[in-house]
Design a protein around this ligand. Structure first.
Ligand code: C2O
Ligand code: CU
Length: 472
């Protein structure tokens, strides 16, 4: 604690900058924490250990969470919450091997924390109230960790998510590797939807159907704007990094029914490019696409195709954006036939080491409660560093759930008995109704408290989550 390179305690950043001072109440179930001093020690050593690789730098970002008047629809200001006065928050860009240092200042009327979705950070930096004391209004807290992987990630609060994310607190995080495919241009598209009431304000969380289905707002956003118009040059091929930041909406993405090339998913590039004309993004999913070339004058609708995830509300095709193709520009895009080596974690038959059941139970208060292994906020068995995990995620319900594992990438071995179309690293995977998805992962040496949960925020909140420890 005494020789930290940047003392993260009260003196440098003002208030309680490290999570050592006990913690307030805890919204989740009866989950045992380490003592406050463990938090503090784990935080301090993670902070201290975060050094950039040779030739790389420390990327410093200030994020201030606060209230903002935001125009989701042009000409109409809505009371929202944003990072640095915008929705989404700034896109953070860095390179593999850099250290990211983010100082969060909370100007919200309630506590918050930031979770780094998909990043392999030390447990103490995971930004949940399992590993840190929530940052109270007026306080600051500094996250500091090395970025080990290239890909498209995102950040969002991990408290009161059905309010904090819905109101606009989220942003993209792009980490670039050494050998990226060469495209003509690149853009980040963060998809979301918001439920506005008659006055054009964000509706408070609903009950019953919304609690069951998850909120699916009628106002569809790309980078904080309702159904914007995008333009691109004819003849070019762009890299689109797409994040689904919606509470519950499944986006079965189509770009004017044209083909595109899938380059990457949650954990960066896939092994080889795949041609497709649609791709499913569950809540929290990311995908990287090579889009184009198109001809001048074309107008394409960027849509979410009908996806029936067995909700009470019916699904239909809905537009997210319009793409207009302008005058042509030269292309230098070249996509290699092999993008990356992804060694399989499992070859041949294997037995699952664990079953994770996604379930539901009637509730007088909410209609239904969402469960893991028959309980809300399930306490799961620890896993040991270096030991192969083969988990069967079994959906005992009649609706889809996007399963998300914090802090570690997994490979999907099979979904309903079928091998996936390509090899990839994932942190979120859809588990279809009454379906079974088998994943494999190996805990690398980052001991501490971790979690998994359904990323439909209402289900997460209702307790469809598990906590477990990674032990040495
Ligand atoms: Cu986006 Cu607990 O996660
Ligand atoms: Cu769910």
């Amino acid at each position: 604690m005494t020789d930290l390179p940047h003392e993260p305690a009260a003196d440098k950043h003002g208030q309680h900058d490290h999570p050592g001072h006990g913690h307030g109440h805890h919204a989740h179930g009866p989950v045992s924490h380490g003592a406050a001093s463990d938090w503090s020690a784990a935080y301090a050593s993670a902070y201290e250990a975060a050094e950039p690789d040779p030739g790389k730098t420390v990327v410093s970002v200030d994020l201030e969470a606060g209230e903002v008047e935001w125009e989701f629809q042009p000409g109409h200001a809505t009371g929202a919450w944003g990072f640095n006065g915008r929705v989404p928050g700034p896109t953070i860009e860095a390179r593999v091997g850099d250290v990211l240092e983010v100082r969060l200042t909370n100007r919200l009327p309630e506590p918050t924390v930031i979770h780094w979705h998909g990043l392999r950070v030390p447990a103490a930096m995971d930004g949940t109230d399992m590993v840190q004391r929530p940052v109270a209004p007026g306080e600051s807290f500094t996250y500091r960790f090395r970025l080990p992987d290239a890909g498209t990630f995102w950040y969002h609060p991990h408290m009161n998510e059905t309010v904090q994310l819905e109101r606009g607190l989220y942003g993209a995080l792009v980490v670039r590797g050494e050998n990226e495919p060469v495209l003509d241009d690149e853009r980040v598209l963060v998809l979301d939807d918001v439920a506005l009431d008659r006055r054009g304000e964000i509706a408070p969380p609903g009950r019953w159907i919304e609690h069951h289905d998850g909120r699916q707002g009628a106002t569809r956003l790309v980078n904080g704007r309702q159904e914007p118009e995008l333009t691109m040059a004819a003849g070019q091929i762009e890299r689109w990094r797409i994040v689904n930041a919606a509470s519950a909406r499944y986006v079965r993405l189509s770009i004017g029914s044209r083909t595109f090339t899938i380059l990457g998913t949650d954990g960066g590039l896939i092994d080889a490019p795949v041609t497709a004309s649609e791709v499913l993004l569950t809540p929290a999913d990311r995908v990287e696409l090579a889009v184009g070339p198109f001809a001048e004058g074309e107008v394409l609708s960027v849509d979410a195709l009908r996806y029936e995830r067995r909700t009470v509300a019916r699904s239909r095709k809905e537009r997210f954006a319009t793409l207009r193709v302008g005058p042509s520009a030269p292309s230098r895009a070249s996509i290699p036939a092999k993008l990356r080596e992804i060694p399989p974690l499992v070859t041949g038959p294997v037995r699952p080491t664990r079953e994770v059941h996604l379930g539901i139970r009637g509730s007088l208060r909410h209609g239904v409660d969402f469960l893991i292994n028959k309980e809300q906020h399930h306490r799961d068995q620890p896993v040991r560093v270096g030991e192969l995990q083969v988990w069967d995620i079994i959906n005992d319900t009649m609706m889809d759930h996007p399963f998300h594992l914090h802090g570690f990438f997994f490979q999907v071995l099979e979904a309903n008995g079928e091998a996936p179309a390509f090899r990839s690293w994932e942190d979120t995977v859809n588990v279809p109704p009454k379906g079974r998805v088998r994943i494999a992962w190996i805990p690398d040496d980052r001991p501490g408290e971790w979690m998994y949960h359904c990323h439909i925020l209402e289900h997460h909140e209702s307790g469809m989550m598990g906590h477990f420890e990674v032990v040495r």
